[in-house]
Design a protein. Structure first.
Length: 370
């Protein structure tokens, strides 16, 4: 615990120094008054108190612009022109182009994202190999699918008409769900069928995102999700929809109340093989943070990663491998997603929502076999 506390303090100090340095570099000292500093500090505090607040989230995205590859590059290019077009600061231009180039290479983007997506599976395979040799015989090495009592589907904010790079798909399908969420619901339906075949009868707990508008509009939006699940074999009586947004911690709190109401939480002291599990269908890139946050609240989970982006080009096609070195917008988007997830993980660690670690995380998450 002492090591975790010291690590958290050091990370807090590092984040504070980085933010202060960026503020001094971006905002001229004569304008960086106590009033401005107090406003920025208040926004940071509020973003911790209510991560799903749309106003605070919008302002925070503006303030945190230098923390993503594209934003940092644009700001550096702008600063390089502060002395006029004829006196461009070459060093800042070079740094901006380097950030853009490195972030836009598909091979690097897929490598980073693939490593993050496979982290849960690799940790589980390693622990399983160790456990097969040294664990007592009463501790199962196979995933007990019959112990799953709830399948949690991490959804999205369906208030948003269109999300990034999905405008054309939504215009063609006319669906109010983004293609990624619709695909995730289909994947969760497949998992639900597998769980039923293995002897469990789980609820399907879907986070629909924060909704606005009248009660009728909210009910209509939730019905869209229900229809997507029931079309693929999930009975309506098993579907539970909560407006938890994509704040994993708030989803966990809602789920804990749901489990307690139905007495589905396993009492302390229960043997490992008899502990109830929570299956999670979430984007693979966010699965490590999501699953560990559940484990920190003593909820044993099984991971079902979706939205895989990290697959590289296989085979011996030389031209295909060379094209993987050509910068692209899609690669920049993947790198940005990876970086944002990394920052979010740091945020969760600072809030104490992730378990402690010593070289690697203490908890190991089970993975549903495919």
């Amino acid at each position: 615990m002492l090591l975790v506390l010291l690590t958290r303090i050091l990370v807090w100090a590092a984040v504070g120094l980085i933010i202060w340095y960026l503020l001094l570099r971006i905002i001229p000292r004569k304008f960086l008054t106590w009033f401005g500093g107090a406003i920025i500090l208040a926004l940071i505090v509020l973003s911790f108190l209510d991560p799903n607040d749309q106003t605070i989230g919008t302002i925070w995205r503006i303030i945190s612009l230098p923390l993503n590859p594209l934003g940092a590059s644009v700001l550096l290019l702008i600063f390089s022109l502060t002395d006029g077009i004829k006196k461009v600061k070459g060093r800042q231009v070079a740094i901006a182009l380097t950030i853009l180039l490195v972030s836009s290479v598909p091979m690097l983007a897929r490598g980073l994202v693939g490593q993050a997506e496979n982290a849960v599976q690799q940790a589980y395979d390693t622990q399983k190999g160790i456990c097969e040799d040294v664990c007592p015989t009463d501790i199962p090495t196979a995933v007990p699918l019959n112990r799953v009592v709830t399948l949690v589907v991490m959804g999205e904010n369906i208030d948003t008409a269109s999300s990034l790079n999905e405008f054309s798909s939504q215009a063609v399908t006319g669906s109010r769900l983004t293609p990624s969420l619709e695909s995730r619901l289909l994947s969760a339906s497949v998992l639900y069928g597998d769980l039923r075949q293995n002897g469990s009868d789980p609820f399907v707990f879907v986070t629909a995102g924060p909704t606005t508008g009248s009660a009728e509009e909210q009910a209509d939006k939730e019905q869209v999700i229900r229809n997507a699940l029931t079309r693929n074999g999930v009975p309506a009586s098993a579907i539970v929809i909560r407006n938890s947004g994509m704040d994993v911690n708030r989803t966990i709190r809602d789920l804990e109340g749901f489990l307690d109401e139905r007495q589905l939480r396993t009492p302390g002291g229960t043997p490992r093989r008899d502990v109830n599990r929570i299956a999670i269908a979430a984007p693979a890139l966010t699965m490590r943070r999501t699953a560990l946050a559940f484990e920190e609240r003593n909820l044993d989970v099984m991971a079902w990663p979706t939205d895989l982006y990290g697959g590289g080009i296989s085979g011996g096609d030389t031209l295909a491998r060379l094209s993987d070195l050509v910068p692209s917008v899609d690669a920049l988007r993947l790198t940005t997603r990876y970086w944002e997830e990394l920052l979010t993980s740091v945020y969760y660690f600072l809030r104490g929502w992730l378990p402690g670690f010593n070289v690697r995380w203490n908890q190991v998450v089970e993975v549903v076999p495919r």
